[in-house]
Every structure is written in structure tokens, then in C-alpha cells.
Unconditional design. Structure first.
Length: 281
């Protein structure tokens, strides 16, 4: 227990140094119980968020339901959802003293609350990818979902009902970076990689047509393809675009010196047990 508590404290101190804006509660954050999580949240320089996690006794939200941020004049609303299905059934000790409001109903309430106050709405989701997709098919108005629990890398994010759904693999082995170019208040987004692919396709089609590599019999089909590509490119004009990059946090990426010191102190206090060698047959 002492080891687990100190590790949790180390994580929060590290996040403070990194400069996190918000943390969405997941099931593993409750491994040491709700009281410990409430206690350690007070040491964070950023809000712990959960819009649907409630205290079973009082019926009130256990953590702040949402956060408002501003970046270069852009108003951003962030909320968080945790699925009760993330746990190992009702008897899971991590659920002790906790209740859950329905995620879809809560999401609709959050969108209604945040839309008048924000330009961009972000959901920190711990529902799992499939339920993220189900959610945005019923709840409109969420621009971005930063998803967890499923633990896979989506280099090319899913775009469902004009909502960009992001995922990176678990255990802090990767960092995801999303670049947004916003032109208007419309929710429409497209992946800039798709535009690059279409532009390259159009270039290749024009090249074949100009160099006479297409027979007269084939020409109508190639012209039809050209019209289709141009039409798809036209539909992207004026829309907001995004580009996603996932970076492995490998040895060549330097550690923050203060975090490195804290990690070394932790490892000195709690050394890893030596792995036993397999017996020879």
C-alpha cells in the first residue's frame, strides 16, 4: 500500500511539472479507493474531472464535472465520462461508495451546459472506443473525444458524426499530438492526410491525361475520376482540419530533470525485486 500511494503521489507531482490542463478519471485511478483519490487530487495543479461519477451516499458529483480553458481567444470546454462497465462487475472493490449517472444522458447535459460558453468541446472518455462511437451517434455537439481504456493507437483517428475520436496505447508509452486548423464555427472536420492523398491522386490523373498515357476509350473514365476527386476536394474547402501524430516515448526523448530525480528516489526506496532465473532442465 505504501508503495502504491507513493507511486500515485509521484505521478501527480510529475503531471504538475509537465503542465497538464485536466485529468479524466479512469477505473485504475480508483485502485486505492475514492477517499485516497479525493485526497491526492488536492495536490494537483489541475482539475480531476468526472461528469458522471457520484458519491453513493450524498448523490453528488465526486469530482468537478467540467473545466473551461481559453487558448488564444478560443474557449474550450472539457468534460469526462467513466463507464461502470470498466470495472469487474458490481463487486469490484474499486466501486465501493460510488454511483454512476448514465454516460449518454450526462454527455447530452454537458453539451447543453457547455455550448453557450465555449467554441470547442472535448470529452475525456473512459468508455472504450466502441462506446465512444455509439455515444456520438446519439449525442451531437462533441468536437473531440480523447479516449482511454481500449489502449490502442489510432494514427488515423476515426471521424464519426463530425466528432474526431482519438486513442493512444496505454501505460504512457506514446504521446498523441493533434493539430487543429479552425476556419469557422461549424463542426465539420476533415483529416488533412486525406486532402494530401486526394491532391496527389489529382496530380497523377492530370499527369496521365497530359502525357497521353490514356487511350480515347479510357478517357471518359479518367475524366470521371478527376471530377470525383475535384468534387471531394471542393467539399473540404473552408472546413476545419486536423492532423494527428503519435510519438513513441523512447530513450531518445529526454526526461524532465526534476521528474528523473523523483523517479530515482522512488526506485531507491522501492527497488524492483530481482527476477528469478529459470531452472535448467
Amino acid at each position: 500500500m505504501e508503495r502504491a500511494r507513493e507511486k500515485a503521489s509521484l505521478i501527480v507531482k510529475s503531471f504538475n511539472l509537465v503542465g497538464y490542463d485536466a485529468l479524466g478519471i479512469g477505473d485504475d485511478d480508483l485502485n486505492l479507493g475514492k477517499e485516497f483519490l479525493l485526497e491526492i487530487s488536492k495536490k494537483a495543479n489541475f482539475p480531476f474531472l468526472s461528469s458522471n461519477l457520484i458519491d453513493e451516499e450524498s448523490g453528488k458529483n465526486l469530482f468537478t464535472p467540467y473545466a473551461l480553458k481559453e487558448a488564444n481567444g478560443l474557449r474550450i470546454g472539457i468534460f469526462s465520462l467513466l463507464s461502470p462497465d470498466s470495472f469487474r462487475g458490481p463487486g469490484d472493490p474499486r466501486r465501493k461508495g460510488l454511483g454512476f449517472k448514465p454516460p449518454a444522458e450526462t454527455a447530452a447535459d454537458m453539451v447543453k451546459e457547455l455550448q453557450p460558453k465555449t467554441d470547442l468541446i472535448i470529452l475525456l472518455s473512459h468508455l472504450g472506443y466502441n462506446k465512444d462511437v455509439e455515444l456520438v451517434r446519439t449525442v451531437k455537439g462533441i468536437h473531440l473525444i480523447v479516449g482511454g481504456h481500449t489502449g490502442i493507437n489510432f494514427t488515423n483517428p476515426s471521424l464519426t458524426q463530425n466528432t474526431v475520436i482519438l486513442q493512444t496505447a496505454s501505460k504512457g508509452m506514446y504521446a498523441g499530438r493533434l493539430n487543429l486548423t479552425l476556419y469557422n464555427d461549424d463542426q465539420g472536420f476533415y483529416d488533412s492526410k486525406n486532402r494530401q492523398t486526394l491532391e496527389q491522386n489529382l496530380k497523377n490523373i492530370n499527369l496521365r491525361l497530359s502525357e497521353g498515357k490514356v487511350t480515347e476509350a479510357e478517357k471518359p473514365q479518367w475524366l470521371k475520376m478527376k471530377e470525383g476527386v475535384e468534387r471531394n476536394l471542393k467539399q473540404m474547402d473552408g472546413k476545419n482540419e486536423f492532423a494527428n501524430t503519435i510519438v513513441p516515448l523512447a530513450d531518445q526523448i529526454k526526461d524532465h530533470p526534476e521528474i528523473r530525480k523523483m523517479v530515482e528516489a522512488y526506485r531507491s526506496k522501492f527497488p524492483e525485486p530481482e527476477k528469478s532465473q529459470p531452472s535448467k532442465q
